[in-house]
Ligand binder design. Structure first.
Ligand code: F6R
Length: 238
């Protein structure tokens, strides 16, 4: 595992975008795994500055809420369209987000895993970490070999994400998330973390026991992980 500690979120964006740009330069039709939430936004901003040709890149999102009306501005389908597809110039036909609005979300989840495999797997997966150690929406207790599936969001996750909605009651209770086993199949994992509020969980994930209680701890078992953290987030690392 390689860990870069940099001064702030903008520097995280610059370093992580440089890593992604190198992947795309060496493989113009690379398959990227994209994350939503606040952590990756500086990465997408910096990547836009590289003015790369991303038109052949394919992308898979980590997760999506279940139960939001189609086109809801905070659905991850819409967030990915705004922040990734349009901002970076990806072909919308090359970008997939789990079908949270599907009539049968369980089946949509299984099909999502199949489509990742059909694309040849993910070359580089961008990740953030939740305060409870979740990656994607694999909440504590998720099996380390879990596949893409329908899950119930933890209360803490809904509270954290209420900042994007009018109120807590508007945050969906369920989601489709890539599983930990699915994420672990990506060839390179790139975790970006900023802020003092993530310091304790980052230290637990990277140095604590590998356990379903801290889903991000599974990263310790992956052969190619890069962590880019600011000094606050890295302040409790050994
Ligand atoms: C988002 C995702 C989540 C977030 C995590 C951190 O697609 O899968 O795991 O990465 O909740 O969110 P932020 O970056 O908003 O603190």
């Amino acid at each position: 595992m390689e860990i870069f500690v940099v001064p702030d979120a903008a520097a995280i964006g610059a370093v992580a975008a440089g890593i992604i740009a190198a992947v795309v330069r060496s493989k113009p039709d690379a398959v990227l795994g994209v994350a939503t939430g606040g952590s990756p936004l500086p990465v997408y901003a910096a990547l836009a500055g590289h003015r790369l040709d991303l038109s052949r890149v394919r992308a898979f999102a980590l997760d999506e809420y279940v139960g939001l009306p189609a086109g809801h501005p905070e659905s991850y389908g819409e967030v990915v369209r705004r922040e990734v597809t349009e901002r970076l110039g990806l072909d919308p036909g090359h970008v997939r987000v789990p079908a949270g609005g599907a009539e049968d979300p369980e089946r949509a989840a299984v099909e999502y895993d199949t489509s990742i495999r059909a694309a040849g797997g993910i070359d580089l997966q961008l990740l953030g970490i939740g305060h409870n150690g979740h990656i994607a929406f694999n909440e504590p207790g998720s099996a380390l070999d879990s596949r893409t599936r329908v899950e119930t969001l933890a209360a803490r996750t809904r509270e954290a994400n209420a900042r994007y909605f009018g109120s807590l009651s508007e945050v969906p209770e369920r989601c489709i998330t890539q599983g930990l086993g699915t994420i672990m199949e990506a060839r390179h994992l790139l975790l970006v973390v900023h802020g003092q509020d993530k310091a304790a969980i980052l230290a637990e994930a990277l140095s604590g026991p590998v356990s379903a209680e801290c889903p991000a701890s599974v990263l310790q078992r992956h052969p190619h992980v890069t962590v880019v953290a600011d000094e606050s987030a890295a302040s409790q690392l050994a």
